[in-house]
Write a protein that binds this ligand. Structure first.
Ligand SMILES: [Mg+2]
Length: 118
């Protein structure tokens, strides 16, 4: 399955990609903000996106993805530093499938992915 990972931090992109690779997700595509993410959507079966990014942020990205019929059902995991109730509600309303708060372990990430891919 092709996985799209969007984060403005190179270090976080690299860590997430490493976690994904070691869990058997080998086809990982990276982007550094929402607009770059939109340009790399083709064939994607799972999306992990940061919220705060320069340029197009994660929330706007998710809203744009959900407008596209072919990606209306693709699971999206929001990876965010903001785990407040309001932030979570806003993300879910925009169409996020689930969220994970930074920092997280590989085990937490993989468990979350297994849940949303069920
Ligand atoms: Mg960020």
């Amino acid at each position: 399955m092709k996985v799209l990972v969007i984060d403005d931090s190179f270090a976080i992109r690299r860590i997430i990609a490493k976690f994904l690779n070691s869990a058997g997700y080998e086809d990982v595509v990276l982007a550094s903000n929402g607009s770059e993410g939109l340009s790399r959507l083709s064939g994607v079966g799972l999306i992990l996106t940061d919220w705060n990014m320069p340029g197009m942020d994660g929330l706007t990205f998710v809203t744009e993805v959900r407008k596209r019929e072919e990606f209306a059902e693709v699971p999206i995991l929001m990876v965010t530093g903001a785990g407040t109730k309001d932030a979570v509600l806003e993300a879910l309303e925009a169409g996020v499938t689930d969220y994970i708060v930074k920092p997280f372990t590989k085990a937490t990430l993989i468990k979350k992915l297994e849940e949303i891919l069920k």
